[in-house]
Design a protein around this ligand. Structure first.
Ligand code: ADP
Length: 272
């Protein structure tokens, strides 16, 4: 069953005299339970696409359907994690979770809300930090809290925009493991669209990887990742298939980077 349908989505930004085609005729369907990553050079429209699916931006053309709902604005069916945590700074870790659960699960009793908040703090290893405010937590802890909040609110789909982009390499590995653990834990895996710059992260996490091109933002290629789950990062990196996929993705991205640089140079020359 298709869970996310992106149908013919285009997005132009008009600023003063100039127009930027951030996305051009994007068609992408995600099946129920699929984990799909989007990868591409800076400026190819990855964040714009996530914002449109999340109902935060309205496309110039095309539609997005999540479940049976055409997205016209944000909703509790869409769980989102951005790179910059987006936690409420005036609430403690516990209060951030509790607030989100209260406002997305209207049928829960107060006692159940408290239990669920504590359970998710525990799952992500933050029970001891329940009463700390976000600015006193490390970047890794803040992102663990943001991930806990997304899972605790039981959305129908997960949208993640470079959630671990600001973390150091070691923290990123821990977070990838935590994400995969939470995502595969229950009977049902939620459909996930995940933006990343990191080729290894994309291969480890995804069922499919969408490579995008800038100016205008378009889908260049979609690559299937067929490693069985659960995946062990130390095992898959040794496979010939992993090395082939990695090198293919890197050369696709390299082509894009070179094209983007040439485009930039041309633009600079035109300005002079
Ligand atoms: P990515 O996430 O791949 O780095 P973005 O989605 O942020 O790319 O941006 C895609 C293109 O759209 C870029 O050229 C960017 O400058 C432009 N863009 C994004 N948001 C706006 C905006 N609010 N106004 C004007 N141009 C924008």
């Amino acid at each position: 069953m298709t869970k996310i349908e992106i149908n013919n989505v285009s997005m132009n930004f008009e600023v003063e005299e100039s127009s930027t085609s951030a996305l051009h005729k994007i068609y992408l369907h995600l099946e129920d339970g699929e984990f799909v990553s989007i990868i591409g050079p800076s400026g190819c429209g990855k964040s714009t696409l996530i914002d449109i699916i999340a109902g935060l931006k309205k496309p110039t053309q095309g539609t997005v359907i999540v479940g049976n709902r055409e997205v016209t604005g944000p909703g509790p069916d869409l769980g989102i994690v951005f790179q910059d945590y987006s936690l409420f700074p005036w609430m403690t870790a516990y209060e951030n979770l509790r607030f989100a659960i209260e406002h997305t699960n209207e049928n829960l009793e107060p006692k159940e809300i408290v239990e669920k908040s504590k359970k998710y703090l525990d799952i992500v290893g933050l029970s001891k930090f329940a009463n700390k405010f976000p600015n006193t937590l490390s970047g890794g802890m803040r992102q663990r809290l943001a991930i806990a909040r997304m899972f605790a609110t039981d959305p129908k789909v997960f949208l993640m925009d470079e959630p671990f982009g600001a973390l150091d390499a070691l923290n990123r590995v821990h977070m990838q493991d935590l994400l995969i653990y939470l995502w595969s834990r229950g009977d049902k895996r939620e459909t996930t669209l995940y933006v990343t710059h990191d080729v290894d992260e994309a291969i480890l996490l995804s069922d499919r990887i969408v490579v995008m091109t800038p100016s205008p933002g378009q889908i260049k290629e979609i690559i299937d990742i067929k490693f069985e789950r659960p995946r062990c990062r130390n095992d898959i990196v040794k496979c010939a298939e992993y090395i082939r996929l990695r090198s293919n993705l890197l050369s696709l991205l390299n082509e894009e980077m070179l094209d983007a640089l040439a485009e930039q140079e041309k633009h600079m020359r035109d300005l002079v």
